[in-house]
Design a protein. Structure first.
Lengths: 239, 239
DNA sequence: TGAGTGTATTTGTGATCACGAAAGTAGTAG
DNA sequence: CTACTACTTTCGTGATCACAAATACACTCA
């Protein structure tokens, strides 16, 4: 039995046509983005390799890749862990999200044709359904899909990887924070965004996206709560 | 003798205290950002390992890391190369730079105290000196230093890695374009930025940064020239 | 001369091993 | 009970090897 809290994350079956490296990378990436690995928890190559049933090699590469997008942190000890959150870092990440995503949304707007609009409406509908059944994990996944679908409507878009880096950095903390919260104020500014898209109103779209981001993380945004969750977060990764 | 054009890039001496992986990564990253490796050129692990005098292992990791920040591209063939530029991609990169960097600048503004201001002035002075002697490579390096010093004045800043990813993607093309240009319209909006900083005027600073970025790459911004350089660029990487 | 074909070479991938450094453990002295 | 030390284990790093896929090359046939 491990003295450390065991690591658990979603294991998707590997498609034979994809390299082991890529599969490991995407599995770990998904785990981090959806907060399945707690901040502060030390990750070792051999342990992950054992869980995933592969040799240490692909895991090494995946950890390094995740570190370069700041999803993981390689400390001086050469230990790899999910970074801890600070109040200021949290603020900066949210502000960066608003700046980048509102920009990406407005640059995608001209490319949203009727089928793409339909796809967004469908995602919006699925989110509403998931909210009724209170499936928080599903809501988060669908919310990501909605934003991703919007931004990647621009075929020349280059900012999605940057945005995902921010999602990766926020994921573990937001997951932990929402886990310790009884009531979830799930805000849905997507209707507002949809209207802006239909009207081809870039400014209104930017405002809707900013509101969606700001309110989507507002449940921790009061200074006291933020501080509380950061403490909580630091404790969770204690061992 | 190689049939392919040989790869040449700056080789800094390795500090023994730093891991080989890190040294290789930073060496290759510097080479890409400053356009020492042409777009379209196929990079092989063993070739780079030979040049750097290390085993293939650290090179593999470095190439993967650079690929995750979109500095390199791993094609379906599993071949690694510097991505080719397109007109739309170029536009998107520039727009993203303006959105991200003006944001980073305004969020750094409150943290710029007197010693940091002095440091920025010194960099500005060095840039002027480099301009007089027409040392284009030195101008570019110092210009990067100026922007980096400005944005990282914010101790909680998290957008510098994202910004550098954009620099990495623009580097090879800008280098190639400027290399094929007789006259260089080196613009210097730094004075304007410095005044905005002194006045603690966030909006003016954002405008100055945007102008600096826009004009710094304006020498290729006419559609015909852009198209011309893209052709040139594609040809350079032919073999 | 040019397109197709077989072989030889080179490539990325992934596993394994050796080594030094870091962390964990037990024992001892204060 | 606490602080220090010696020992054991575990870890990341980097080199090497085996293998399959992709590429390059020489050759043949139209």
């Amino acid at each position: 039995m491990d003295k450390k809290s065991p690591i658990k994350f979603t294991l998707t079956e590997r498609d034979e046509s994809v390299t082991i490296s890529k599969w490991v990378y995407e599995t770990l990436r998904h785990a981090v983005m959806n907060g399945q690995i707690l901040p502060g928890r030390a990750l070792t190559i051999r342990e992950l390799a054992g869980i995933l049933g592969v040799s240490p090699m692909p895991v090494r590469e995946a950890l390094r890749q995740l570190a370069t997008e700041n999803a993981l942190e390689i400390k001086d000890n050469r230990r790899v862990m999910v970074p801890n959150m600070t109040a200021m870092k949290f603020t900066e990440l949210c502000e960066a999200r608003m700046a980048l995503e509102s920009h990406a949304a407005s640059r995608a707007l001209p490319y949203i044709d009727s089928p793409k609009l339909k796809g967004l409406r469908e995602l919006d509908r699925l989110i509403d359904a998931a909210q009724e059944e209170g499936n928080l994990e599903r809501i988060n996944l669908l919310n990501q899909d909605f934003h991703r679908a919007l931004y990647t409507a621009n075929p020349h878009q280059i900012s999605m990887p940057l945005i995902e880096s921010l999602w990766l950095q926020l994921g573990p903390f937001l997951s932990l924070a929402s886990r310790h919260l009884k009531e979830h104020y799930v805000v849905d500014r997507h209707d507002e965004a949809m209207r802006a898209i239909e009207n081809k109103d870039a400014l209104a779209l930017q405002l809707a996206i900013n509101a969606d981001i700001r309110e989507g993380i507002a449940f921790v945004s009061t200074p006291e709560r933020l501080h509380h969750f950061i403490e909580e977060c630091a404790y969770a990764g204690r061992n």
